[in-house]
Every structure is written in structure tokens, then in C-alpha cells.
Design a protein around this ligand. Structure first.
Ligand code: GTP
Length: 279
């Protein structure tokens, strides 16, 4: 049973709940999750920061494809998206946003308070601090957001394994698994990530399907030059199937847990062995 904690004053602090999307292509939302699957599968991130620190900007750029330049014109949220700390035991990460152009002492005091409270409720929660408004670092923000989301994905080791197998078999230098909408990479192989390669991959714009077996990758090199290469789609097809498999298992496990919880509530008994369910 989680403990009830008093909420700080609205004027002092804003909070924004973000469901980090990956895998199913749908958009994120700052509202409460409306389906059981969303609740269980999507990592839930609570964005916290002082007024005007940049919470909405990060959410819009990372999860709603807004251009970083447009965030300069965002208006302050009238209605604050509130989330009692006592209900946040299922929040995966608490992400603090600090405005680099503002006095950070007040923000640090707030972080201290929040960490103490949240840790009491959920000791497994991940804490991250983003320094915002360091202009021209939009891609860094994306890469950093990627690492936050990755830490919340239980299938990460399996995905990394798949990527490692793929690059070693096909002599590929670096491989990222991207969320297409946000351009966050949710997994990569175990070779070190270098920002230039990441940015290059983000710029990979067009993939044209020629026929059932070949796809054409087009990469704009300069204003006038483009790198084009043709690849056998079959290998990617197998790889894609394996990745889908990883996420499907997770969905089924979540459904199974819901059924178990429901049964426990209904019968008042604890199941002392796992029911035999085909995954
Ligand atoms: N220099 C700079 N300013 C930014 C950037 N992003 C946002 N801003 C400015 O910061 C203001 C606040 O950004 P928001 O994202 O709305 O901040 P917030 O924390 O969601 O604000 P509240 O809703 O009031 O809590 C914006 O209106 C912009 O003027 C950025 O990348 N660089």
C-alpha cells in the first residue's frame, strides 16, 4: 500500500506524464492510459521541472515530431497535468528538466525533494536530469531520451542480442532500432554509439520497396548527391519477425498477469503455481 503524500503547490512546479511509445507506432499521450495494454507495456515517464523549464518542449519534440525551433513559441500550460506521488509507483522514470539559462539552485532543491518522496514510494524508479535550452543540441536530447526509454524496456538485452547477431553475420558497422515517429533509438548493438553515426542514421530518409525481395535505401549526402543502395529484403524480414516476436511475448505475459490478478481478487486465494498457458 503506497503512502499518501502532499502535493507541492501548482505555482511552484509542473508535472507532465508521458507514455513513451515504441513498437506499435501509435502516438504518445500526456493523458492517463486508456487501455490495459498501454498501462502494462509502455514505459511511463513523469516529466518534472520548474515553470517554463521546457517540459512540454521535450515532450513535443521527442514524442510529437515538433521541430525544436517551434518550441520557442510554446505557451505555458494553464492546466497542470497532476499526478499524486502516491499513485506513481508504476511510473518507470522521473525525468527532471532544468533550464540551463535559469538559476538552478531552486531546481536542485526541488529535485532533492522529489527524489526523496518518489524513492519512498518506489525504490525501483529511474531518475534522470535533463539540462534544457542548451541550444543546437536537439539531437543530443533525442539520444538522451533514447537512453531513458531503453532502461525501461525489459526486452532490451534480447533486442541487443538480435542486433549483435545481425551485424556480425552481415558485416554491418552499426545498427540502431529506431522508433520512426520520435527518432529515438530504442536499442542498438554493443559497439559504442557515436553521435555522428546516430545523426547520420536519423537523416536516413526514404526507403523504397522495389519488389518483394529488394528494398532501395536512399540517403541524401549533400544538397546534390545521394547514396543509394539495394539490399535483400528477406534478411530484414526475418529480423523484423524476430523483433515482433520479442514484443508479442511481453504483451502476452502482461495479459496473463492481469488474468492472474483478476483470479486472485475473485477467489481471494494466491496461486502457488503458474498456470500452463501457451505463449
Ligand atoms: N532558448 C531556448 N528556449 C526554449 C527552448 N525550448 C523552449 N524554450 C522557451 O521556454 C519556454 C517554456 O517552454 P515549455 O516547454 O513550455 O516549458 P514548460 O516547462 O512545459 O512550461 P510550463 O507549462 O509553464 O510548466 C517556451 O515558451 C520557449 O520560449 C529551447 O530549446 N531553447
Amino acid at each position: 500500500m503506497s503512502q499518501m503524500l502532499r502535493k507541492p503547490q501548482l505555482e511552484e512546479e509542473g508535472e507532465l506524464v508521458v507514455l513513451a511509445d515504441y513498437g506499435d507506432g501509435s502516438h504518445s499521450s500526456d493523458a492517463k492510459p486508456d487501455t490495459r495494454v498501454q498501462e502494462g507495456v509502455k514505459p511511463r515517464i513523469l516529466l518534472v521541472g520548474l515553470r517554463r523549464s521546457g517540459k512540454s518542449s521535450i515532450q513535443k519534440v521527442v514524442f510529437h515530431k515538433m521541430s525544436p525551433k517551434e518550441t520557442l513559441f510554446l505557451v505555458s500550460m494553464k492546466k497542470i497535468c497532476r499526478e499524486e506521488v502516491s499513485n506513481s509507483s508504476w511510473t518507470g522514470a522521473l525525468l527532471f528538466v532544468i533550464d540551463s539559462q535559469d538559476d538552478y539552485m531552486e531546481a536542485l532543491a526541488r529535485i532533492h525533494l522529489k527524489v526523496t518522496r518518489a524513492y519512498k514510494v518506489n525504490s525501483d524508479i529511474n531518475f534522470k536530469v535533463f539540462i534544457h535550452k542548451v541550444d543546437d543540441l536537439a539531437n543530443d536530447d533525442l539520444a538522451d531520451a533514447g537512453t531513458v526509454v531503453q532502461e525501461l524496456i525489459p526486452q532490451l538485452p534480447t533486442l541487443e542480442n538480435l542486433l549483435n547477431i545481425f551485424i556480425s553475420n552481415f558485416g554491418i558497422e552499426k545498427l540502431f532500432l529506431f522508433d520512426v515517429v520520435s527518432k529515438i533509438y530504442i536499442a542498438t548493438d554493443s559497439t559504442p554509439v557515436d553521435m555522428k553515426t546516430y545523426e547520420l542514421c536519423c537523416d536516413m530518409m526514404i526507403i523504397i520497396k522495389l519488389n518483394n525481395t529488394t528494398v532501395l535505401y536512399l540517403k541524401e549526402e549533400t544538397k546534390f548527391l545521394a547514396l543509394v543502395c539495394s539490399l535483400i529484403d528477406y534478411n530484414f524480414h526475418c529480423f523484423r519477425k524476430a523483433i515482433h516476436g520479442v514484443f508479442e511475448v511481453r504483451m502476452k505475459v502482461m495479459e496473463l498477469r492481469k488474468v492472474q490478478n483478476w483470479l486472485q481478487k475473485k477467489t481471494g486465494a494466491t496461486l502457488n503455481r503458474t498456470p500452463r498457458v501457451l505463449l
